[in-house]
Ligand binder design. Sequence first.
Ligand SMILES: C[S@@+](CC[C@H](N)C(=O)[O-])C[C@H]1O[C@@H](n2cnc3c(N)ncnc32)[C@H](O)[C@@H]1O
Length: 439
Amino acid sequence: MMQHHRQRHQQQQQQRRPVPVEEEDDAAAEEEELRLKEKEMKKRERNTRHQQIKRKKKKLRKDIASNLLLTVPDFESPEGEETPNAGRSGESGGDCSGREGRGKREDGNNGPGAKGGGYRDASGSKLGKSKRGKEARKGKESAGAKRNAPDAGRSKPSPRLGSEAKDSTRPKSKEETRPNGKKPNLLEKMRNRLQGSQFRWLNEKLYTCSGREAFEMMQKDDKMFDNYHLGFQTQTEHWPVRPVDVAIKFIQNRARQQHKKQGGEPLRVADFGCGDAEVSLHFSKSSSSAAVVECHSFDLVSKNPRVVACNMAKVPLESGCCDIAIFCLALMGNDYPLFLREAERCLKANGTLWIAEVRSRYSKVKGGDTRNSDFVKRICSDLNFKLLKHDNSNKMFVTYVFEKHGQGKGKANEAGKSSSPQDLVASWPKLSSCVYKKR
Ligand SMILES: C[S@@+](CC[C@H](N)C(=O)[O-])C[C@H]1O[C@@H](n2cnc3c(N)ncnc32)[C@H](O)[C@@H]1O
């Protein structure tokens, strides 16, 4: 019993004995070491995750590049022309953006990479980086407000084409929608971005090269054509009114008039630079309109049997066979006067030339997009047309309706007919490229 007591006493003594200081230090050190190790492990984990994501992104970029990137041929800008700002040119908003963009340059060539670059405010002075951001935001807000305002911009509100009015009913752009309603994933976003920059590059090329060069380029790689049109559609789907719809309406009215006057005689239309041949498709849909409109469509590439692939400076049509020649945003080459001369050849006497172009394209033309501009004067004086109608009430584009003079077939007057193609092109005003907004 006594022994048991003693043992318990000893045990209690031992428990009460204070822990030596060194032991306490060791424990704290051990704990600290453990904490550091844990921290280190977490850091390493984070780094590996970061690396993994980085590698994944890199791989995605590679995949996209190998699947999508078009082979872009070397392309020299024509002599005397400003070198186009390919790839950068579309970064700031232009007139054809469908929205008011960021600072707009006076020369119509927008974008920070352009000569004498930098964004500008409305007064034309350069904007600093932070101011640029503010201005851009302000621009977006005011653009939204202006779009909704009844007297937006300097022109009247854009006329709407009944069911074709685009604002509320327009399909959402590919960035905004996916079939499952989810936001686009990284791959899709990158694909869209790449596609957008290829579109802007192609767009600039088509405005700065000749029709022949454009034809050769597109024929080499027709993926370019698809890419161009995907980008073009993405842009125009934001427009309140698309010029191609205006063209269709114009043809429809004329077809009705002709039908009344001439009975069964079809209205023969040539659509120069038809793109997806929307005009032809429209009139082939209803059998009654197909009976009165016969549409010949021309473009650089033929993606459907309605379209004849050619450079529209020379189309396979007889002289004097058409009632209407349409150029819907199609005066793209730097030798565009040759396209108009070809249209004049194809038109009947008193035939109609219908042109729609983005307004900013006339920024360097004397007289701009008015009815007395150098552009109009040249068409009338060199190609024997008279201006019937001019409409610049739309904020985005201007339309012209000309009538061919005289009785002859393909009778451009002396200046137009006898001058060499080079002389004709050199003597006409240059139209600026249409710069699209990055979307
Ligand atoms: C801006 S798109 C307009 C397409 C269509 N007219 C529309 O409004 O939807 C211009 C079209 O002109 C075509 N184009 C440009 N230069 C051409 C040329 N030299 N010969 C034939 N087509 C040309 C382009 O390929 C493109 O399809």
